[in-house]
Design a protein around this ligand. Sequence first.
Ligand code: HXC
Length: 290
Amino acid sequence: MAALRAFFPCVRGLLRPRPGCAALRPFASGAEFKYIITEKKGKAHNVGLIQLNRPKALNALCTDLVTELNEALRAFDDDPAVGAIVLTGGEKVFAAGADIKELQSLTFQDCYSTRFLSCWDHLSQVKKPVIAAVNGYAFGGGCELAMMCDIIYAGEKAQFAQPEILLGTIPGVGGTQRLTRAVGKSLAMEMVLTGYRISAQDAKQAGLVSKIFPVETLLEEAIQCAEKIASNSKLIAAMAKEAVNAAFEMTLTEGNKLEKKLFYSTFATEDQKEGMAAFVEKRKASFKDQ
Ligand code: HXC
């Protein structure tokens, strides 16, 4: 039961809090969080910003933090005013990985019976586009979290690594899979087998990161990109995201088939009519997400 209480966030609300942990409270949009800060950004307040905020532990991703992150993601995903989400950390660290002090005493039985890592999957299921703005370390679960996002922007001093091998374990939330798809087998193997850190520049060259910015402007650039995304139809953006993500799950034939179905589906929307009418009439489109 102790292990359940400690590591099964899904039943967290039914259990008493652990000493030193955030008091249980009903999370809701706008609720105060302990380990993250949320805010709406952009001129039209249509960008949901989530900042990991556990600086003393270099944003180590303890279960309570991941639970809060999931709650904030859910709230922004359900908020009709929000068109894109930015996930960031601090200037020196994005996240130094899962909380090693929490993992240290886990047993196989704890992991298996509580499906310990299942709460980490939520980010990859968000419908709206998510941009990771990574400054500093993105190690282990931190790198995996960034890779669950749709776009990674990096600060000039960012570093990416999967150092689990140095702790006697391996990545558990996509590090061996998403990294390999992003950077190819040789570099992924080198990183996973040695714990080797790559710089922002190497990450960009390898295709893990789409753009690099100075540390001070990174977040603003990520928010601007999110604003651009949010100014389009949210409905069509979700379909575009679904189609690109299918490339990681399907064969080329299956993926192309899904893409065509989604393309046809856009013609059932008002936003496609509006977008094309606006082009022909030489005016700015006004999408209604319908
Ligand atoms: C818990 C951590 C932590 C972590 C840092 N801290 N990383 N606590 N879990 N992942 C804590 C330290 O214990 C320390 O707390 C404080 O943060 C500052 O860390 P330092 O090590 O003193 O800082 P520094 O010398 O600047 O080194 C930074 C660092 C190093 C290189 C990032 O902290 C580091 O190597 N961290 C571990 C990185 C890692 O192995 N990540 C993978 C985790 S496993 P105190 O209280 O001592 O001051 C993982 C599995 C994912 O992610 C799969 C399942 C989800």
